[in-house]
Design a protein. Structure first.
Length: 402
């Protein structure tokens, strides 16, 4: 839905299981109008579309794309952002670290993301002032990287994708931005690391020269294109789990000249102390599907962070007895929950960033992303998924209007 100052708010359709285009299309018809009826009846409503590689390839058939455009027009829906992070199956099977594959070292990630950009340009509404965003993996899973050659391959594929976006803009007049999404235990793990990567690898004279060679642009125009077509997807759960300070993170992006192409409004779990009750309550969150990274801080020291790749690894490293340090867990919980007894959520971080968004828009794309609905403990799944999504959107809208 469109808010003030040209800001668009939606939710990510990755909450709905489905890998084929037929499954995605059925979910759109079943859930999106029902959510819109609860939060913005009668208004145009934006979609945060998640397409697997399979669904993207199937949707590229002209007749499928034309049918979707007709559906959107009939229902007064529009697509302005695509989640291009998970390439393959995302529900009902082991995802874990496989969610990053193929990563940006692999030309298949480039092919897939190019296709998503083409689809988004074709689906954007006629208002040319509305730009599109595609969020993507933060380079690669950090333990999988081998060295400088891997980084160079990722940079080259990102520059080739920008060249594709430049050609897409010339052909269609639509601007699509790729939004890299930092995540714990990844190549781009924190906002600070992302800002340094953009400044040191993507917004450089060498990168502009390479893009100029790929596109025929003058070096100065190539440098501008890099900043137009590359940006950040700021996932608020990920940043909070990393114990980031919102003001410092946003300042780092500003200093590096990095656009926030999209904010994913999400909250994680926080255990202020590792007592027996909290740990017992946390164990049901250790599901076999998703990776739930844990960041531990000892004694309130921002520099004393210990990272675990998953909840199982964190449980294996528990102290022998007594209350321990604070844990934050990458497990998306509904953003309207401040408390998840007997622990709490990282909602205060979400509220702080939304307050800054309210004061001065940080981005025009806001997307609620609580994809863990089908693995949430039963006590947190009261009501239908449509009701939960609508409640999240209403909560965000209220925060922005506070």
């Amino acid at each position: 839905m469109k808010l003030d100052a040209g800001v668009h708010l939606t939710y990510c359709s990755n909450i709905h299981p489905g890998e084929s285009w037929a499954e995605v299309r059925a979910n759109l018809a079943r859930h999106v109008p029902a959510v819109r009826a609860r939060v913005a009846p009668g208004e145009p409503f934006g979609i945060g579309l998640r397409l697997s590689s399979r669904a993207a390839d199937e949707l590229s058939a002209p007749e499928k794309l034309a049918e979707l455009r007709a559906f959107l027009a009939h229902e007064r829906l529009y697509v302005f952002t695509i989640n291009g992070f998970p390439y393959g199956p995302f529900h009902g099977t082991r995802v874990k670290e496989g969610v990053y594959l193929p990563d940006w070292r692999d030309p298949e990630r480039l092919r897939y993301t190019n296709r998503l950009a083409d689809l988004l340009a074709a689906l954007l509404p006629e208002d040319v002032s509305l730009e599109g965003s595609v969020s993507t993996v933060p380079g690669a899973f950090k333990p999988a990287l081998g060295g400088r050659d891997d980084v160079a391959r990722m940079v080259e594929h990102l520059l080739q994708h920008v060249a594709h976006l430049v050609a897409l803009h010339a052909r269609t007049g639509r601007v699509v931005t790729l939004a890299l999404e930092p995540e714990p235990h990844c190549f781009l793990e924190t906002t600070e690391e992302a800002a340094a990567f953009f400044a040191g690898e993507l917004f450089t004279t060498d990168a502009a020269a390479r893009l100029a060679a790929l596109t025929g642009l003058a070096p100065a125009a190539a440098a501008q294109a890099l900043r137009r077509h590359l940006g950040l997807c700021l996932d608020l759960c990920h940043a909070a789990v990393e114990f980031e300070d919102a003001a410092a993170s946003l300042a780092a992006l500003d200093a590096a000249g990095v656009r926030i192409a999209k904010i994913q409004v999400s909250a994680g779990l926080r255990l202020p102390a590792l007592d027996a009750q909290a740990l017992a309550a946390l164990r049901p969150f250790d599901d076999p599907v998703y990776l739930h990274q844990v960041v531990q801080r000892a004694g309130g020291d921002a520099d004393a962070l210990t990272r675990f790749v998953d909840l199982s690894a964190a449980f294996a490293a528990l102290p022998d007895a007594g209350a321990g340090p604070e844990w934050r867990v990458h497990f998306h919980v509904p953003v309207f929950l401040e408390r998840v007894p007997p622990f709490v959520s990282t909602q205060p971080f979400v509220r702080e960033v939304l307050a800054r968004q309210r004061a001065r828009p940080l981005t025009t794309h806001l997307e609620v992303e609580t994809y863990t609905w089908d693995v949430l403990p039963a006590a947190l799944r009261s009501g239908s998924v449509d009701e939960a999504i609508a409640r999240e959107l209403a909560w965000v809208r209220a925060e922005l209007a506070a």
